[in-house]
Design a protein. Structure first.
Length: 81
């Protein structure tokens, strides 16, 4: 950029292209870092699910939902008595 800066006698078009490229690169790097941080956070929060396929995770989630519904139904029945 020091070579192409318009204040130093460089080409303003080349400087603008360099600035645009730099902005795109930093945007891409920030998005990549954010995705990596989110993936790491997810991996840290769910260590029991690592290595399990999508269908197995879905089945485990469905099982947990059924247990929650059964517990809720039992609690409602206990209140009615």
């Amino acid at each position: 950029m020091a070579i192409h800066h318009p204040d130093r006698g460089g080409d303003p078009v080349a400087a603008a292209r360099l600035n645009e490229t730099y902005a795109r690169m930093t945007y891409w790097l920030e998005r990549r870092d954010a995705r990596a941080a989110a993936a790491q956070k997810h991996a840290d929060e769910t260590p029991a699910l690592q290595g399990i396929g999508f269908r197995a995770r879905a089945a485990k989630l469905a099982g947990a939902a059924l247990v929650a519904l059964a517990t809720l139904a039992a609690m409602r029945n206990a209140r009615r008595r």
